[in-house]
Design a protein. Structure first.
Length: 880
RNA sequence: GGGCGCGUAGCUCAGCGGGAGAGCACUCGCUUCACACGCGAGGGGUCGCUGGUUCAAUCCCAGCCGCGCCCA
């Protein structure tokens, strides 16, 4: 016998271990079944499971478990990425505790340390995924720093270089002065800030008392100014173009140039140009042939190109000193408050400096062409579709991708430099030497590039590197491209777009056919969860408190397309209640000996009750399957929830009680078998969302099963529809509900049993009443049902059900005024609906232009309403 | 400033051209032999505002108001 409530803790670990040991998560490359592939977005090796992970991995697991049940050969490819900067920071912090830096260890020893850290601390998220019930193919787990994946990275780098799509260039990059590395545009966070705009006067050379006023938000960069730009059509400055101004403090003569970048509407219309420290100025400088003077060092302190007195000053200190000096010189025109955005490094949290360095770049614009086409013509489909716009916008304006990082943890760039700086990009050092020999005609010493690659560079190869590429493995042939990529919108650029670039370029095909973009999980009040706000909810805490299944059901039920999820504990609690409800329904079935019957044929059941529930079961399965396939997770959850609770528990099991307690052995046997069958189908349907409680019940409810629930076939049935049975049961539900309503409204004591009379019942209704006498008796607490022609006495409540009027003699309890009020209210409601319909049906435009079936449907509805209204009026008249 | 999205019951949200829905919360009743993590019955909405298209608009279009996100 099952316990009274479901204890999640007791069963979760046991079933998970059993599944994993049985190998049921594994794909089968030998299989004849159609593959279904999801590449798991690899979490950071440093990561631990947060609510966003819980959502994305729950949805992926729902898909995987569903498709596994439909018979597809599923591959859910798991793994982690090496998170270059984040991981290096973690290990450097540990070293700092020992009073050391990575430089004390040296590169090789430090990298060993990182590997060591990963061995000991790296498995957190994998363990947490198991708690969540995720069912990826664990033995195929990959890490972006694995040998195979590293080979893929090297090969891709070399090939891109040979194709001219990977190049070294001196450009402005986003420089992180704390981490001492370049980062990509995407790793920069623009924070709104209340800044200031300082207006400086630059004296025009050889013109007494003439100044050009320029504005700046970063005064310290003025030391690197090499020009002043004005708009070519700005009349105020026409004569100045070609002249020279004297850069204050530095006393450097710099030219005034005409460039459309200068906006005549903004400030004075003149703008100082610092090509080495501003992205826009860099472009102006290129166009106008201005000098580039770098005045900052790698710590963002002023360097040797600044006047001696400022050298070595931090940029913010320098800012204050420059402003002070300008003021002293009488060259500070004014200062204004200036709302602006300031770039911060997303890892370091310090202000990023545009800095001129040599870096490696990928020609992203070229690689973006095919992915854009693929989305345009539907080879890759975004769900919801509007995310394609976000994708297009970025891809069509894409900048060169800076992929080199000045850190140690990552894939080292396969480039070697000869004595004169000639670059040899090869897969191995030997090949580089061979190249050098050919180039120089003699063996020379080569030095390898010290930089490593952006982590996203290796992640971009994930859909094929995990399958063995560059080897042509059977897995690669079978599981590429994947079916769907499931992720949040925040990494469309970081990862989705880049996988598409690499997939097209190296595999010649899309990496996945669909991209399902899900929402963000927020806290109850709609705030983004963050450590600093302290509103983070740990998914595993919730799972511990209410069961993993309840958490998964909550996330699934709330995953409506295009809307963020406001996570609230009360919802999780509600779905915990649902799991308990299911548990108790199973317990009831068990108590009534509802055991599965071998060879049970759902199409062969005879009673209306059983034909009805069988039809509804089949319908629920097909609707739920369709919802999952369309990524309508909330619909899938709702469909199965309502069927389980509101149809199976509330009605079917209640209807079954009189059968179980009756003495029709045949009906009892059929109903028991049907109940067992339906319950099994419910467990099956719920399994993708609630794997643990369903597997537990699957095991508990039968002495032996041919297989575990996780590999049970998804219920797909043809020909079980039973419209007459459904109509009959709907009628019965309506009748019982109506009687209960009147009882409640008339304050009939719940325990009191009534006798009812029925007037004007058709033959069909009489037959139905006969069939379901016992059900009405139990569920509406009615003892006798009599058919009458006579007008009943005044002490009765009357209910109109289709053509019939049901009379409840309530002489002792009836309050005539209340009954009159009730009937009048009903009549008024019907009249209201009738008026609306009548108006519609008297509209000639409607009759002429609306589809015939719509007109017919409305006519029928009107006559039904009128008939009901008339019977209600008769009932009212009878009371007097 | 540009783009995207969202305003539907107290709250959270489905629905998206032809009869306003769910969960939670709320009210009333119930130790009904699976379940009080429950059972039964209820109350509650000019579907943001204003126009337009249509025989018909919560749903399509335009404008406005409010909110959020992304990009500059």
């Amino acid at each position: 016998m099952l316990d009274k409530t479901y204890d999640a803790h007791a069963v979760e670990r046991r079933h998970y271990e059993r599944w994993e040991q049985a190998g049921v998560f594994a794909c089968n490359p030998e299989s004849n079944a159609a593959p279904y592939t999801i590449m798991m977005p690899p979490p950071n090796v440093t990561g631990s499971l947060h609510m966003g992970h819980a959502l994305t991995f729950t949805l992926q697991d729902v898909l995987i478990r569903y498709y596994r049940m439909t018979g597809r050969d599923t591959l859910w490819q798991p793994g982690t990425d090496h998170a270059g900067i984040a991981t290096q920071m973690v290990v450097e912090r540990k070293l700092a505790d020992e009073g050391k830096t990575r430089h004390d260890l040296g590169r090789e020893a430090f990298v060993d340390k990182v590997w060591e850290w990963r061995e000991h601390s790296g498995g957190t998220i994998q363990r947490q995924l198991r708690h969540l019930g995720a069912s990826p193919d664990w033995p195929r787990e990959r890490f972006t720093m694995d040998d195979g994946l590293s080979r893929a990275v090297t090969k891709v780098f070399v090939q891109l270089h040979k194709q001219g799509l990977m190049y070294r260039d001196k450009r402005l990059v986003n420089w992180d002065p704390k981490l001492h590395t370049a980062i990509s545009d995407l790793e920069v966070e623009q924070r709104p800030t209340d800044g200031q705009m300082w207006y400086f006067r630059y004296p025009v050379k050889d013109e007494q008392d003439r100044f050009v006023v320029v504005g700046t938000t970063r005064p310290e960069t003025m030391l690197g100014d090499t020009g002043v730009a004005v708009h070519p059509e700005d009349d105020r400055y026409t004569d100045l173009v070609g002249k020279t101004v004297i850069l204050p403090i530095v006393e450097r003569p710099i030219p005034v140039v005409a460039d459309e970048y200068a906006d005549p509407e903004k400030g004075s219309g003149a703008v100082k140009i610092t090509p080495a420290h501003d992205f826009n100025d860099f472009e102006v400088g290129r166009r106008c042939g201005l000098e580039m003077i770098n005045v900052l060092d790698r710590d963002a302190r002023l360097n040797e190109n600044a006047p001696a007195e400022f050298q070595g000053l931090d940029r913010f200190e320098a800012r204050a000193r420059i402003v002070e000096r300008m003021e002293t010189l009488g060259l500070l025109e004014k200062v204004e408050p200036n709302p602006m955005t300031v770039p911060y490094g997303d890892r370091s949290g310090v202000v990023i400096e545009p800095w001129l360095t040599d870096q490696w770049f990928v020609d992203a614009a070229e690689l973006a062409k095919e992915p854009v086409k693929a989305v345009e013509d539907g080879r890759t489909r975004f769900v919801p579709a509007h995310w394609a716009n976000t994708f297009f916008e970025w891809m069509r304006n894409i900048q060169p991708w800076c992929v080199s990082r000045q850190i140690w943890w990552g894939h080292r760039i396969p480039a070697w430099y000869g004595p004169d700086g000639t670059i040899f990009v090869e897969e191995t050092e030997d090949e580089a030497h061979a190249g050098a020999l050919a180039h120089y005609g003699e063996a020379v010493a080569l030095e390898r590039d010290t930089d490593v690659l952006d982590t996203w560079f290796s992640s971009a190869l994930w859909p094929f590197s995990t399958l063995g590429w560059p080897e042509q493995t059977p897995e690669l042939a079978r599981y590429y491209p994947g079916d769907v990529l499931v992720t949040g919108f925040d990494i469309i650029f970081f990862w989705v777009a880049r996988m598409m670039m690499m997939g097209h370029h190296f595999m010649g095909d899309v990496p996945f056919r669909e991209v399902y973009i899900h929402a963000l999980v927020r806290d109850e009040t709609g705030q983004k969860m963050s450590k600093s706000k302290g509103n983070v909810i740990d998914p595993l805490d919730l799972a511990g408190k209410y069961g993993t299944d309840a958490l998964r059901f909550t996330l699934t039920a709330m995953a409506a397309q295009g809307r963020d999820i406001k996570m609230s504990e009360s919802r999780v609690q509600g779905y915990r209640n649902f799991a308990t409800k299911l548990w108790n329904a199973a317990r009831f079935c068990e108590m009534n000996n509802c055991v599965g019957v071998d060879g049970f044929d759902p199409a062969g059941v005879t009673s209306t009750l059983n034909r009805w529930i069988v039809a509804r079961t089949a319908d629920t399965a097909s609707r739920m399957g369709a919802a999952i396939e369309a990524y309508r997770f909330n619909d899938a959850a709702q469909v199965v929830y309502q069927f389980t609770w509101n149809t199976f528990c509330d009605w079917y099991l209640e209807f079954a009680k009189p059968v179980f307690n009756g003495d029709d052995a045949a009906a009892k046997a059929e109903t028991r078998a049907t109940a067992a069958w339906v319950l099994d189908r419910i467990l099956t349907m719920l399994h993708p969302i609630m794997p643990f409680v369903t597997e537990e019940l699957w095991e508990a409810l039968a002495d032996s099963r041919p297989h575990a629930l996780i590999v049970a076939p998804w219920p797909a049935y043809e020909g079980l529809a039973a419209p007459e049975a459904e109509a009959e049961m709907d009628w019965l539900v309506g009748l019982i509900t109506a009687i209960r309503s009147v009882r409640s409204e008339m304050n009939v004591p719940p325990a009191a049993r009534l006798s009812i009379q029925v007037k004007d019942a058709s033959e069909a209704t009489r037959a139905r009443l006969q069939t379901h006498r016992a059900l009405v008796g139990t569920l509406a607490r009615v003892d006798d049902i009599a058919h009458v022609d006579a007008v009943p006495g005044a002490g009765s409540a009357q209910i109109v059900v289709d053509e019939a009027t049901v009379i409840l003699p309530l002489a002792d309890v009836i309050d005539l005024d209340a009954e009159r009020a009730r009937l009048s209210r009903d009549i008024a409601k019907q009249d209201g609906d009738i008026a609306k319909l009548a108006k519609k049906l008297s509209n000639e435009g409607f009759l002429a232009k609306a589809p015939a079936e719509v007109v017919a449907e409305n006519r029928e509805r009107l006559s039904d309403l009128e008939a009901t209204r008339d019977r209600l009026k008769e009932a009212l008249a009878r009371i007097g």
